[in-house]
Design a protein around this ligand. Sequence first.
Ligand code: SF4
Ligand code: SF4
Length: 67
Amino acid sequence: MSAFILEKLCRGCQRCVHACPQNAILMVAHLAVVKPERCIECEECMEVCMQGAITFRDENGEDIVHG
Ligand code: SF4
Ligand code: SF4
């Protein structure tokens, strides 16, 4: 499981990028993208996202928690 950014909600503010202790979030074309292999599921990114754009997904791509 890892954090997952919902593209339609992301405003590219980069708050999550700076909050992530694992450097697991990159900006790609002005949107945040999580590298799942680096994510430790600390939820720091979800805490700082003002857009509710961050959720958690299991290996099947199902939403676990909606931020
Ligand atoms: S904090 Fe939220 S809105 Fe800002 S870049 Fe990250 S996912 Fe996008
Ligand atoms: S849950 Fe934690 S480790 Fe994973 S992307 Fe968010 S801030 Fe980074």
